[in-house]
Ligand binder design. Structure first.
Ligand SMILES: [Zn+2]
Length: 333
């Protein structure tokens, strides 16, 4: 594999590669999102969004009240995605009003924007949230795509990114995309310990999570991207889906998923719940009355004690012992 030179690399005294910061890119993106919020194009109420701590087994989770999801539910047509003959994300990539403009130069940003279209998320649930949507229509990221996302995370200053695919909660699983945002998630605060290696890159397991979560935090970006791609293909061969989270140090956290919906509840477990942040939704409500929905969301948010969420995680995240992963060659000693 020949890697394109897409970032200015420096080598520090310890021999590790470091990446030059991309000037002003975060500032530029956040100011466009803030302008879109003021203009009503992005629906977000920062002061009205409230977090409450909930226990998720041994993990400290968050229940988040997002008042702007009422607007989303009223505008959202649940049959809209399923019945379409064209891809919603291909249309988004082609339509300039949905797009963020990143004008800063630099080889990383230029290369990144040839591969991804930066787009607004019109109904975000995380601060500073936007999407990078592949310009090409395909369902999975390549090694180079993953490497670009990691390098962007390492150099932009954004706090974290999340990726979901078919079987792990993606609403549009046929077209790969990543959400990038400017705040952390409970899963990214968990400690982890080494359990093995993939392609020479150390693999750790997150402690205190109600299921198996692996972490790739060692090696340089390229070897980590190769190891992650190998891991994902191995999981797919064993019929496991996954959620990926990448932090600002390009550390990758992988939640191993057995299904998108828990057995005991009707609610889909997507990328935020899998990360330990529960947001009440309205899947079961046909109401389009803002007042009714606001009260429903608030009562669900206040009533959550974490038990249903922890059960939902246990029923949708792989529960086997890490030995299972070693025995099947998903990682090795
Ligand atoms: Zn598409």
């Amino acid at each position: 594999m020949k890697w394109p030179l897409i970032c200015n690399l420096n080598v520090n005294l310890a021999g590790h590669m470091t990446y030059s910061l991309t000037p002003r890119v975060k500032e530029e993106i956040l100011s466009q999102i803030n302008r879109a919020i003021v203009e009503g194009e992005v629906n977000w109420d920062d002061s009205g969004t409230i977090d409450r701590t909930i226990p998720l087994g041994q993990m400290r989770g968050i229940a988040r009240y997002v008042p702007t999801f009422v607007i989303r539910h009223i505008a959202y047509d649940p049959s809209g995605f399923a019945g379409r003959s064209t891809c919603t994300l291909c249309e988004l990539v082609r339509s300039s009003p949905n797009r963020l403009i990143i004008s800063s130069g630099g080889s990383l940003l230029d290369h990144m924007q040839r591969v991804f279209a930066p787009c607004f998320n019109h109904y975000p649930y995380l601060r500073g949230q936007f999407s990078l949507v592949l310009r090409e229509h395909r369902s999975l990221f390549s090694e180079i795509d993953i490497s670009l996302i990691m390098q962007f995370m390492l150099s932009s200053g954004f706090v974290a990114a999340s990726i979901q695919i078919r079987g792990s909660g993606a609403t549009l699983p046929d077209h790969a995309h990543v959400s990038i945002f400017n705040e952390t998630l409970p899963i990214l605060k968990l400690e982890s310990t080494n359990i093995g290696f993939i392609q020479g890159v150390g693999v750790e397991r997150c402690e205190r999570y109600p299921g198996v979560v692996l972490v790739l935090a060692h090696g340089d970006i390229h070897s980590r991207a190769v190891a992650l791609t190998v891991l994902c293909r191995r999981l797919e061969r064993h019929s496991l889906s996954y959620n990926l989270y990448i932090d600002s140090k390009a550390r990758v956290v992988v939640v191993l998923r057995v299904r998108s919906h828990p057995i005991s509840y009707q609610v889909k477990v997507g990328t935020t719940t899998a990360a330990g942040m529960y947001i009440p939704y309205f899947e079961d409500s046909n109401s389009k009355d803002a007042q009714v929905l606001q009260e429903l969301m608030r009562s669900r948010w206040l009533c959550t004690n974490g038990l249903e969420v922890a059960t939902s995680l246990r029923e949708t995240v792989f529960q086997d012992d890490p030995q299972w992963l070693l025995d099947r060659g998903i990682c090795t000693w």
